[in-house]
Design a protein around this ligand. Structure first.
Ligand code: SAH
Length: 337
């Protein structure tokens, strides 16, 4: 078993069983967070403890298999884990700092028709340490600090809640990377029953909901999850979330040519979200060859945004970062498996 694969609690218990003081866990956690590659680097532990740990546990890191650098500063990484499973992470530069888009599963079971991650379904959930390694590995490879993370890579984070929550606690811990919950955004296709846990466990983590359509009929056509959690369940849950946490909910809306991008769609969306403390992020579709869908024009996107704004809904059209490097969800992995 890999030493990093234990929860912090279990790591502490294991060290105590080895006759060590419990504060040793903090020391090992610091080494994990600083990117140490082996027990032998952990020089504030006794030589004997390092040796015993190496006898009992493996200690392997994720590896960068491939990186693609875009002209706009975006870097897409393809990472591999010790069992050979691959996942993607994307480094982006913004005015407010550097951000990393993290994968929470290899593959995905949600089956959104426009998304490359879902092709082939879910391979497996990622473990908490693997998500932490995405961060550590990519900030090392990028050579720059990362102060924001978005769980918007491959996978559905709320379909892997146990590992995702352990990861969030670890990356937030002042014993290690000390990332503020307010600088973390979790994006979901709308697994409503998990919203309550999220509100209780991580009220400061930002919630982003992939909406992509303003009517039940249109949403069902592109997102199978809409049949399980329809809009008349999802939107009230988002309202509750905003009220309970006092935080603004982000809605992601991918503009697909001829599917969801008319001024009437915008009006319907504005009516759906009226009175909800929210922000709409309009995302021109990154074309995935298999899906048969194409992106709305930039002009169509701005017209849609204008309509929303006119109806009092805050929105932005997302810059299309990394379009020259297969930066959309799951595109890079698909080419290399
Ligand atoms: N499962 C989560 C997080 C991963 S997807 C979710 O559904 O939110 C992150 C975002 O990228 C989602 O909004 C998703 O719908 C969007 N996305 C996926 N494929 C895309 C594509 N080809 N073009 C634009 N956005 C895409």
């Amino acid at each position: 078993m890999d030493f990093k694969d234990l929860t912090r609690e279990d790591r502490k218990a294991a060290l105590v069983r080895m006759g060590e003081k419990s504060f040793r866990e903090k020391q090992t956690f610091r080494w994990i967070c600083s990117g140490a590659e082996s027990f032998s680097e952990m020089t504030d532990l006794s030589a004997s403890l390092r040796e015993r740990l190496a006898q009992s546990y493996s200690f392997e890191r994720a590896k960068v298999e491939l990186s693609q650098h875009s002209k706009d500063g975006t870097v897409k990484f393809l990472l591999s884990f010790p069992d050979g499973v691959k996942a993607e992470a994307v480094f982006m530069e913004y005015e407010y700092g550097n951000s990393l888009c993290i994968s929470t599963q290899a593959g995905c079971n949600m089956g959104c028709v426009f998304c490359a991650s879902g092709i082939g379904g879910k391979i497996r959930d990622l473990r908490a340490w693997e998500m932490l390694d995405e961060y550590i590995c990519c900030s090392k490879a990028a050579g720059k600090p990362i102060n924001h993370i978005v769980l918007m890579g491959m996978g559905e984070p709320l379909d892997n809640y146990g590992e995702v929550s352990e990861f969030l606690r670890q990356i937030h811990s002042p014993d290690g990377l000390n990332l503020s919950y307010r600088n973390i955004t979790l994006s979901t296709c709308g697994l409503v029953p998990k919203f309550e846990r999220l509100e209780e466990d991580f009220p400061q983590v930002n919630l982003a909901v992939s909406l992509h359509a303003s009517s039940q009929k249109k949403r069902e056509k592109i997102m199978p999850v809409a049949k399980v959690y329809p809009l008349d369940v999802l939107i009230p849950a988002c309202r509750r979330h905003a009220e309970r946490t006092g935080r603004r909910v982000t809605f992601e809306y991918t503009l697909i040519k001829g599917e969801n991008d008319t001024p009437e769609d915008a009006e319907e969306l504005a009516a759906l979200l009226r009175g909800l403390n929210c922000h709409v992020n309009l995302i021109p579709l990154n074309t995935v060859t298999e899906s048969g869908f194409s992106s709305s024009s930039r002009a169509q996107a701005y017209a849609f945004a204008e309509k929303l704004a006119e109806k009092g809904i805050q929105c932005t059209v997302r810059r299309q970062l990394g379009a020259d490097i297969d930066a959309a969800c799951g595109q890079l992995r698909k080419k290399h498996t």
